[in-house]
Design a protein around this ligand. Structure first.
Ligand code: FSX
Length: 363
């Protein structure tokens, strides 16, 4: 394995200085950092050495990894991803069986206290943790083992961040989130089902640049990417403010690109960067493609009612609607934070009753 810095690696791959600075400027803007930080980001990224990353996939659909690896043609974000030393990733690694587990243990030992642990998927606590295991090790035990020597943890996707799809009612495996299990490490949540690839790489770039995780909101998400609602940054917002709404997916309003609020768009209560970062190399995003936001970066979004039911915001006149939607967004955010705290306490109580001894009894 070579020991090139990120700057050297980018040059080797033919990335120009101009292209690199453009990426640094975009990263600074995504992280809501002032322009004066661009040279600092560039200097730090230029010198950055390969950090070791252990990536664990638990109960999930692999959409998070697909999002990261399949959506872009080779880009600087992709190269940053190449630059990290991905020492263990269930889906991407060539090794299997004992060799793969050996690589994980070796990487952990060699980088103890310094590696970054990335997790996608939720962790089942039902059946004493036996619903999902890799190499005979339950997800719960593998998470606890790998978290112990990690410098920090990135929970990628809504499943790892808040339980996501596996936790949806009736939650048959008693699935919980990473932060429900681990309470003694810095954790950053990068929700989304799947999450935006540039947001995942933005968080990695922040770690590479500053050696720490970015500033977080009340739900553990980086404020730079999740600080504003979809509604706040939606290009259809002027139609909302003028009271121009599509009522069906094929009416005149839909054809004219009017607001999708009445068709169930959850933009006012959803915090994510889709409206600015977009998808597929900035090509489009769900609302631009004509479908309302389904709120996939929020806790419990699968159980929050129909994706096609309008939010229960009172319509009187346009001014009231804007105020009510804003207030509804804040209220939903506060309720989600309270729910999250309670869920963590419940999950930890359950976690503490599951031990390795219990697992061996089960098998
Ligand atoms: Fe969950 Fe990710 Fe949705 Fe799928 O790993 S956030 S179901 S896109 O794959 O965890």
């Amino acid at each position: 394995m070579d020991d090139l810095s990120l700057g050297e690696r980018l040059r080797q791959r033919g990335v120009s200085r101009r292209g690199f600075m453009k990426f640094c400027a975009a990263t600074a803007s995504m992280m809501a950092l002032p322009p004066m930080m661009i040279p600092k980001i560039a200097a730090a990224l230029e010198q950055a050495k390969r950090p070791s990353v252990i990536w664990l996939s638990f109960q999930e659909c692999t959409g998070c990894t697909e999002s990261l690896t399949r959506s872009h043609a080779p880009s600087i974000e992709g190269l940053i991803f190449d630059h990290i030393s991905l020492d263990y990733h269930h889906t991407l690694q060539a090794a299997s069986g004992d060799a793969a587990e050996h690589a994980r243990e070796e990487a952990m030992q060699a980088n103890w206290g310094e590696y970054l642990l990335v997790v996608d998927g939720s962790i089942p606590l039902g059946a004493n943790g036996n619903y999902s295991a890799i190499a005979g090790i339950s997800n719960l035990d593998m998470l606890k083992e790998c978290a112990e020597g990690a410098a920090a943890i990135v929970s990628v996707g809504t499943c790892a961040a808040y339980g996501g799809l596996p936790m949806a009612n009736p939650n048959p495996t008693d699935a919980v989130a990473v932060a429900d299990i681990i309470d003694d490490k810095p954790i950053v949540n990068v929700p989304g089902c799947p999450p935006i690839p540039t947001v995942i790489t933005g968080v990695l770039a922040h770690f590479l640049t500053f050696g720490r995780l970015p500033e977080l909101d009340g739900l553990g998400r980086p404020k730079a990417f999740f600080g504003q609602s979809i509604h706040d940054r939606c290009y259809r917002r002027p139609f909302y403010e003028r009271g121009q709404f599509a009522e069906t997916f094929d009416d005149e309003g839909a054809r004219k690109g009017w607001c999708l609020f009445k068709l169930g768009c959850k933009g006012p209560t959803t915090y994510n960067a889709c409206a600015t970062a977009k998808w597929n190399e900035g090509t489009s995003w769900p609302v631009e493609a004509g479908h309302g936001c389904i709120g996939c970066s929020e806790p419990r979004f699968w159980d929050a009612g129909s994706f096609y039911q309008a939010l229960s915001v009172p319509f009187r006149d346009v001014g009231d609607t804007i105020l009510a939607a804003g207030t509804a967004g804040l209220a939903v955010g506060a309720a989600a934070a309270v729910w999250n705290r309670k869920r963590k306490a419940d999950a930890r109580e359950k976690r503490d009753t599951i031990t390795i001894k219990d697992l061996s009894k089960e098998s």
